[in-house]
Write a protein that binds this ligand. Sequence first.
Ligand code: GDP
Length: 526
Amino acid sequence: MKVRELMTNQRRTFAIISHPDAGKTTLTEKLLLRGGAIHLAGEVKARGAARRARSDWMKIEQQRGISVTSSVMTFERDGITFNLLDTPGHEDFSEDTYRTLTAVDSAIMVLDAAAGIEPQTLKLFEVCRLRSVPIITFINKIDREGRDAFELLDEIAEKLALDTSPMSWPVGMGGLFEGVFNFETKQLHLPEGDGKEFLGKTIQTDGPEDPALANHLSADGVERVAEEGLLAREGYPEFDFEAYRNGDLTPVYFGSALKEFGVEAIIDAIAKYAPAPRPQPAGDGEISPDHDEVTGFIFKVQANMDPNHRDRIAFMRQVSGTFKRGMKLTPSGLGKPIAVHSPIMFFAQDREIADTAEPGDIIGIPNHGTLRVGDTLSEKDEVRFTGLPNFAPEILRRVQLKDPTKTKQLRKALDDLSEEGVIQVFYPELGAQYIVGVVGQLQLEVLISRMAAEYKVDAALEASPFATARWLKGPDAALSEFEGFNRPNLARDRDGDLVFMAKSPWDVNYQQEKNPELTFSATKER
Ligand code: GDP
């Protein structure tokens, strides 16, 4: 094997998707602790706090006590480098969250055993499905009273239309919790001490019916492992590697991030089953990680870390080649190469400036606004990655400018901020009031505060009659006929593409039925 192939096979770039409070932060800390990044554990939130102090709009996050900015955490174990991309899980999440999922090869879905699938889990899952991102499920908090394990498995299968394959089983939950039995390794993990934590006490068995289990579990516990274990293995599909890789099946692990049950199993599962960096779609073909030239795409831009300077960090997901510091890369659309002298690289050992990066790694590139979300970077400027989508906004507002002489600045601000992916902007075909769209409420506050601070534009947001937007495609004749009838409900996005502004989801369905030749798309591939 070539050296780079070897390096690539040893990387796992993934994200955790979950509803707030399911335990993503706790699991992240435990993963970092288990992997070779001990000094980071417990600092996940602290680091966030330091970062949040930096600029005006980050104050909003601070007030809410949340972080809307994704970051990259790296840890190593058994020669494998894990790149964990943080996706903010708060209600007010933004397009950033979605976009981060375009930069990973797989995801861990964390569910609270008492809550099952929650609204945000569902939304994030849908983005994963759109891109066939394979998912490993972690059912967390089994040390507390939770729902019946079978019921949880059925709910995943039903709500996500996804086969579930239980890989481990909880020996009771809450007050009845006695440990976790792993079907793969046939090991029983037992709690110890007052905290009933997993401190490493492991019993190797011959299987769920092993009589030796009676030495470690109550009679109820033995029965649970034997009977429920049998039902679980017979009632659900066996783990199928291909089905998992295609996004049709999820292996399910039960555990408690807080008490460290199942954390090890999750790391093993990512190492064993999750895909190494995958080829990325580019034009008519795809670029594979062993392509010689360095290529990558920008999935996130974090701007104005310091309000006095227009400095931005563009996050690039490296797709191919071996990146070396100082290398010249050409951003698509710019035609002029930029030298990447001081990239920010994320490593387990230290996050100082490092010298090389491999496919699957994330590099932060400081720039002054040259790099945009969706841009491809490459050595020769011959590659264009496709498939970094925009997502239909769920909140739409009209922008009301308080000082009419500032129209130009307003347009500049909206164009800039939509390029960054903070908002989406729609210019109605009729009327002069611009419409902005976001997927989370917090983005609106960010918009107002950044327009005022950076562009000196005083604007307010008012209700718009629209509930969502759909990108329109179809034969020219059908499109212009539709345009003739629906002009008040049409707008152009910043690329000039036609968008149907819908008053309700029902409106979308109605128009779709009436206009079968047109597609009303909730995402737009760029
Ligand atoms: P996030 O919002 O998804 O990042 O969730 P956190 O990791 O911050 O966890 C939310 C709350 O649940 C915190 O109070 C955690 O201590 C708690 N928690 C997380 N994992 C577990 C677990 O396995 N068992 C119990 N009992 N509590 C947990």
